[in-house]
Structure formats: C-alpha cells, structure tokens
Design a binder for this molecule. Structure first.
Ligand SMILES: Nc1ncnc2c1ncn2[C@@H]1O[C@H](COP(=O)(O)OP(=O)(O)OP(=O)(O)O)[C@@H](O)[C@H]1O
Ligand SMILES: [Mg+2]
Length: 233
C-alpha cells in the first residue's frame, strides 16, 4: 500500500533519515521501533509532508505523493495522529469530531457511529476536551482520524505518558482498527516489546537507517537486535 524508496529527509540542514526503503502492507499493523532520536517520528512526519525531503520517493497505492503538502496527502487517504497537540482542548468532543470531517463528504451520523466505538467520548460529547484524561484525549484523536475514513493511519506514540492500564486500552483499540475495521496502520512506539507483540510487521530504525524490516515476531525473538537496540531480553 505504502512504499518508500531511498528516502532521505530531515529538517533544513539536518538530515535525519538516510536511504529508507520500506513497504507498509495493506490491512496490516506495521510498527516502527528504535532507540530515542532514531527518527521514528521524523519518518511518520515525512510521509505526511512535514519535513524536508532530500532524496527518494513515497508511493501510496502506486501514486507518487513525494513532496505534496500535508492537506493534499490527507486527501489521498493518509491520516496522521501526532503524539501531542492532536486535539483542540478548548472545543467540545463533538466539535472536535465535526472539525475532523472538514472538507470531506461525511454526514453527522458517522460522528455518532464513531462515538459508539468509544463510550468514554459519549460521556463527554458536549464537554470541553480539556476535561478528559490523557487516555481519553488519545481516544478522541484516534476517533477524529478514523472519522476521515483513511486508507492508512499513522500513529506517533499514542501511549506516551499514559498509565500502563490506559496504554493497554489504546493498544487494544489499535488492534481492533486492524482486525475489525481492516485498517492499514503504521505505529511508531517507544514501548518496543508491546508494539512488537501486537504488530504484524516491524521496521527498526537506528540513526535514521533501516536496520531491520520484516515480521514483528521475528524481531521480538531476534538473538541480537532486540537486546542491542530495544532493551528486550
Ligand atoms: N523539528 C525539528 N527540528 C530539528 N531537528 C529535529 C526536529 N525534530 C526532531 N529533530 C531531530 O531529529 C532526530 C530524530 O528525532 P525523532 O523525533 O524523529 O526521533 P524518534 O525516534 O521519534 O525519538 P523518540 O523515541 O524520542 O520519540 C533527533 O536528533 C532530533 O533532535
Ligand atoms: Mg518520536
């Protein structure tokens, strides 16, 4: 579904990613893991048109989307949920969901459908999003993203700063998006062990280079890579 070829990207003069050639298969959950600062977030941002691309290309369903603006990439069917600032805190839950439908032909019943999936959100329907817990805010961000009916969903550390219990809830929601909604997902995660347990495929980035891509389980049980880069014993 999504493919990068020889991708080099970064910020102004600082190149962060080098020659990244990976594929993200349809209807699977691909996790991006790697040490701090290895370029996981930069990789997701690059796919969504938020960094400077020096080389290579990004293909979505055979269409070259390299260098497009984020709003154009969104219209091509990619959704991106950044780790922070992914909702409007001073708007209500309903208003946030309404904003997520902007520019798309999505009727209001879809908002109710999405809210059914997340009972927590229903409780806060007409209350400001700022009143919700961190985990509930992540659920709102995921719901906003899902509402746009994307072909592929990018999540950047949706469990960052959450309690272990809430992190499991969010991981389960992501698993459900893949299993029951047939979504293609690219998930960047610090919690490598948990991510590799739920992922189908994995990409290991180290210093902006691809050190591994393949089955998530094979990376989880790899003799060296897990120990060397991911703190997995
Ligand atoms: N907006 C930016 N401007 C300049 N450099 C940046 C910017 N964002 C990230 N970087 C740099 O890019 C490199 C990769 O950062 P990135 O955030 O992609 O890593 P990461 O793998 O997501 O790390 P973490 O596990 O901490 O989330 C780091 O050296 C970082 O300092
Ligand atoms: Mg990051």
């Amino acid at each position: 579904m999504l493919m990068t070829q020889g991708l080099g990207a970064g910020y102004k003069k600082l190149q962060v990613l080098f020659d990244v050639s990976v594929t993200v298969p349809e209807k699977q959950l691909t996790v991006v893991v790697g040490p701090n600062g290895s370029g996981k977030s930069t990789f997701l941002k690059t796919i969504f048109g938020l960094t400077k691309i020096y080389s290579g290309k990004i293909m979505l369903d055979g269409v070259d989307i390299t260098g497009l603006q984020p709003h154009q990439i969104a219209y091509h069917g990619i959704s991106y949920v950044p780790q922070v600032d992914n909702i409007f805190s001073n708007l209500t839950v309903y208003e946030n969901l309404l904003i997520a439908t902007h520019g798309l032909n999505i009727d209001e019943s879809s908002i109710d459908d999405v809210m059914e999936m997340f009972p927590h959100l229903k409780t806060y329907r007409n209350k400001k999003a700022a009143l919700m817990s961190g985990g509930e805010r992540q659920m709102l961000a995921i719901a906003m993203s899902l509402l746009r009916k994307p072909k592929i969903m990018l999540f950047d550390e949706p469990t960052g700063n959450l309690s272990p219990k809430m992190a499991i809830t969010i991981f389960n929601i992501i698993k459900e998006l893949r299993e029951n909604h047939g979504k293609t997902i690219l998930l960047a995660e610090q919690n490598a062990k948990k991510a590799l347990e739920i992922g189908d495929k994995a990409i290991l980035l180290v210093s902006g280079k691809t050190v591994y891509q393949g089955d998530a389980n094979a990376l989880l049980t790899h003799e060296e890579l897990g120990k060397l880069y991911l703190g997995i014993k």
